[in-house]
Design a protein. Structure first.
Length: 114
């Protein structure tokens, strides 16, 4: 079976074609699983009275991190983080590492730092 896979790779067959070829010749159960999308790491800064302080915290964090840190920082105010559609977007699109700010928006499983 290994030689058949190697031969299929040399012939530049797709994974699906290789899988079908092996399934035909062997009595095995197979499942092709593709990797899931990797979510980008983010930190959220927030403020109870608007975005002013959140933006200042964001700027401070960005200037403190080395260039090699590939974490995006977003500034929000309290009202924005109370919006359920924004919370869903954050949860589905990003890996939120922490919230830093003047008020805890209580995002599920995300630590808050004052």
């Amino acid at each position: 079976m290994a030689l058949e896979v190697a031969e299929s790779i040399e012939k530049k067959l797709t994974l699906e074609q290789i899988l079908e070829r092996i399934k035909k010749d062997a009595d095995i159960k197979t499942k092709l699983k593709y990797p899931t999308q990797i979510k980008r790491d983010i930190i959220i800064t927030c403020c109870a009275t608007g975005q002013g302080t959140a933006v200042k915290i964001k700027d401070l964090l960005e200037s403190s991190f080395p260039a090699s840190v590939d974490t995006k920082i977003f500034a929000y105010d309290e009202q924005q983080l109370e919006n359920h559609s924004i919370k869903r977007m954050i949860k589905s699109s990003y890996n939120c590492l922490a919230v830093v700010g003047t008020i805890d928006p209580k995002l599920d499983a995300v630590p808050f730092f004052l």
